[in-house]
Design a protein around this ligand. Structure first.
Ligand code: KMH
Ligand code: ZN
Length: 311
């Protein structure tokens, strides 16, 4: 069988807003640790770094631009990887608040969440008896009461606010219905093809992390977007590596990182983001895939270039 011609983009999501410091000593939240792990993930093969920020002393979730300022220059100086900033970095802030880092730093990419939903981590609150920080248990326990708000009005506001920045969106779709939301927004002229879609499987509140669901999402995207899209998958938790391999086999790109899974294998905690990147790279290369460099990813996604960011 000839080698697949298309290269696979590995995204690494370094910290996120789901996991808390008690769950893993490997989860970085100090800016120097976020920078170090992001750089090591890029060295291991991640072409794109998806970044959230945290409070440096407590590890609490933060969307304050100053927290991003504490690590972005170091990452930019040490690696040519594409920086993708989160606009979904808090479940209890508005989208207008959540896009502040993207507005301030004008990254090459940023996430854009394509629908409102339950987005809950509350079962995790039962799993630990001792906590490193007081905020962790209530943050997790209260999440069964959150609505992750991303209305059509929110999406439109974010897209228009960011329109002059030349940012490529990573459209996060947690279920098949959100693909239809994206299609509606494209038909309304909000986004132009080709769009870049992150199929998000395995979040409590979104579609389950089953292989059939990945195929269902892809076939629905084929129907809605034809060739006018590129896609990646993130499988949350234990499904991460299996869905990544399946995605590459189906012609997609992959996303790993401690944001969405703390594991390196079932029941075994990862020691770093780079360890997950190295593992998914090894698996994909064993199957004959070639891994895209940052500049190859820029060409494939038509990104604006690292010289046009504001950090
Ligand atoms: N943690 C992922 C399931 C965002 O940052 O905007 C979703 C995510 C959203 O990465
Ligand atoms: Zn994220």
């Amino acid at each position: 069988m000839t080698k697949p011609s298309r290269k696979v983009i590995i995204t690494c999501a370094v910290t996120g807003a789901i996991h808390t410091p008690t769950m893993s000593d490997a989860l970085p939240y100090r800016p120097e640790d976020i920078a170090r792990q992001a750089i090591e993930a890029a060295e291991a093969g991640a072409a794109v770094l998806h970044l959230h920020a945290r409070h440096p002393q407590t590890g609490a979730v933060s969307i304050e631009p100053e927290r991003f300022q504490a690590f972005l220059p170091a990452i930019r100086a040490a690696t040519g990887a594409v920086v993708n900033l989160s606009t979904g970095g808090s479940l209890n802030h508005t989208v207008a608040e959540r896009i502040a880092p993207a507005l301030r730093f004008s990254p090459e990419m940023c996430s854009l969440n394509m629908g409102s939903m339950n987005f809950s981590m509350h079962p995790l609150a039962q799993r630990y008896k001792q906590w490193k920080f007081d905020w962790e248990e209530p943050y997790l326990r209260e999440s069964d009461g959150y609505i992750f708000r991303n209305t059509f009005r929110d999406i439109g506001m974010a897209a228009r606010a960011l329109a002059t920045h030349g940012i490529k969106f990573e459209h996060e779709c947690y279920d098949v219905g959100q693909l239809y939301n994206l299609k509606f927004c494209m038909d309304s002229g909000l986004f132009e093809a080709p769009v870049f879609i992150q199929f998000v499987l395995g979040i409590l509140g979104g579609i389950g992390a089953d292989l059939e669901n990945l195929v269902f999402m892809k076939r629905t995207a084929d129907k809605l977007f034809g060739t006018g899209y590129q896609w990646s998958v993130l499988g949350a938790g234990a499904s991460q590596m299996q869905l990544a391999v399946a995605a590459a086999t189906l012609g997609g790109h992959v996303r790993v990182g401690l944001e969405d899974s703390l594991q390196i294998a079932r029941g075994e905690l990862a020691t770093s983001n780079a360890q997950q990147v190295a593992k998914v790279r090894r698996l994909l290369e064993e199957l004959g895939h070639e891994i895209a460099t940052p500049d190859e990813a820029r060409a494939m996604l038509a990104l604006k270039g690292a010289d046009r960011v504001a950090f």
